[in-house]
Design a protein around this ligand. Structure first.
Ligand code: ARG
Length: 463
């Protein structure tokens, strides 16, 4: 007979309770209480199924249902007292159920194990986070579309190596991020569809001898079907890893945009002005307005990707089926989810509130010989030079402009003809940035007409 101090849920064969250190390393209640609502939903579905299949009586199922609802309101109301001795959310709930309804509580765990229970709870939780991420991504895409629409034909420099490359439009640049967050959205939807199989009823690892109805519990919890292999069902954490990898890629996109906002809002660029609501001041330098939200978003990719790497490490050496290592999945996912949602919301706010400085963008667009490629293309199209020679002639013209301290449109026709006699006054039509962007009419190009097509396409997708 177990003594008084052994665990009340599994202490049958134990003569003594755990060492305090054992309890500290073993308990997950400090964090897995976040799974309370999912745990209770899972238990309610399980109890209803046990009654429908005649495994427990209807009256026991009803008592369990009432008790679980009471526990949910205690937890939501903050009056539930969580116990470390009871290890985790599953046993905390069940022990309280016993206090509330007595003997029928002991029948709830029939044909179930904490292994299928935790896999089910955690999947339900991750599924909700995928839904939240979908909303967050949609909201972010919509504010990017609004920015793109407002400045579909505003010219700005496009960069490679962060060196002026060719003029592009503000709308085109915003729409590049719409494509990225759109891919994140589709990855979220893929992951959600793939994860939506219910582990409940896999029991400890081998299934159960009770005549359970796994279709019924799967349906009740909004899953598409029960997971087909009990060993896999209790030992699979792919859904958490997919969540973390989707979150990592999305956080990387958020970080790239954040990096651009940090650069663009600097006094040297002045491409955008961030709103007061999404900036901070300095306690010593009164003139400062810092893009802290962007910097923090840029940093969050580190912890989100760290969570992904950490869980990959946890999983990679585990034999089938459940091992306690898997308890380490939750804190990583919780932290990554919280920070991904926060970063999405902060980026949405920043993009919604920011003002693009049309004049500063236009001034920068025309500097740095940004239309050199247009000049080379003109030399191919009009006097018919091979592109390599056109490239060389243009390079000589850029060097000449650099010597004269001017930009390409300011070079005189005589000077240009001294480099290549085939150049005519018509060349000036391609040296302006507006002409440059208007000419980029290839599919996916930066011409405002093309950008507006893409804005319309995306509006059709995200509403
Ligand atoms: N707290 C545990 C976890 O999060 C629940 C499953 C425990 N299962 C077990 N066989 N000890 O993984």
């Amino acid at each position: 007979m177990a003594d008084q101090t052994s665990n009340q849920m599994w202490g049958g064969r134990f003569a003594a309770g755990p060492d305090a250190i054992m309890e500290a390393i073993n308990a997950s209640i400090g964090f897995d209480q976040r799974l309370a609502a999912q745990d209770i939903a899972g238990s309610r579905a399980h109890a209803a199924m046990l009654a429908a299949t005649g495994i427990i009586s209807d009256s026991d199922a009803e008592a369990i249902r009432e008790g679980l609802l009471t526990i949910l309101s205690e937890i939501e109301g903050g009056t539930f007292s969580f116990s470390t001795a009871l290890e985790d959310i599953h046993m905390n709930v069940e022990a309280r159920l016993k206090e509330l309804i007595g003997e029928p509580a002991g029948r709830l765990h029939t044909a179930r194990s904490r292994n299928d229970q935790v896999a089910t709870d955690f999947k339900l939780w991750v599924r909700e986070q995928l839904d939240a991420a979908e909303s967050g991504l949609l909201a972010l895409i919509r504010v990017l579309l609004a920015q793109a629409e407002a400045g579909a034909d505003w010219v700005m420099p496009g960069f490679t190596h962060l060196q002026t490359a060719q003029p592009v439009t503000w709308g085109h640049h915003m729409m590049a991020y719409v494509e990225m967050f759109g891919r994140d959205l589709s990855r979220v939807r893929d992951a959600r569809a793939r994860m939506n199989e219910c582990p409940l009823g896999a029991a400890a690892l081998a299934g159960t001898s009770f005549p359970i109805d796994r279709e019924m519990t799967a349906r009740a919890l909004g899953f598409d079907r029960p997971a087909a292999n009990s060993l896999d069902a209790v030992s699979d954490r792919d859904f958490a890893l997919e969540f973390l990898s989707v979150a990592s890629i999305s956080a990387m996109h958020l970080s790239r945009l954040a990096e651009e906002l940090v650069i663009w809002s600097s006094a040297q660029f002045r491409f955008v002005t961030l709103s007061d609501r999404f900036s901070t001041g300095s306690s010593i330098m009164p003139q400062k307005k810092n893009p802290d939200a962007a910097e923090l978003i840029r940093a969050k990719v580190g912890r989100i990707f760290g969570a992904n790497a950490a869980l990959m490490m946890v999983m990679k050496g585990l034999p089938l089926a459940y091992s306690k290592d898997m308890q380490e999945d939750k804190e990583q996912v919780f932290d990554a989810a919280d920070n991904w949602m926060l970063a999405l919301a902060a980026m949405e706010g920043m993009v919604r509130d920011m003002t693009a400085n049309r004049e500063a963008l236009a001034a920068a667009a025309g500097s740095g010989f940004s239309t050199a490629t247009d000049l080379a293309d003109w030399l191919v199209r009009v006097p018919g030079l091979p592109f390599r020679e056109a490239h060389h002639v243009t390079g000589a013209l850029v060097a000449m402009a650099e010597r004269q301290g001017c930009d390409l449109p300011e070079l005189s026709l005589e000077d240009m003809q001294s480099v290549h006699p085939g150049i005519t006054a018509d060349v000036y039509t391609v040296l302006g940035v507006e002409n440059s962007v208007n000419s980029r009419m290839s599919y996916g190009g930066t011409a405002p007409a093309r950008v507006r097509e893409q804005i319309e396409r995306w509006k059709g997708i995200v509403g």
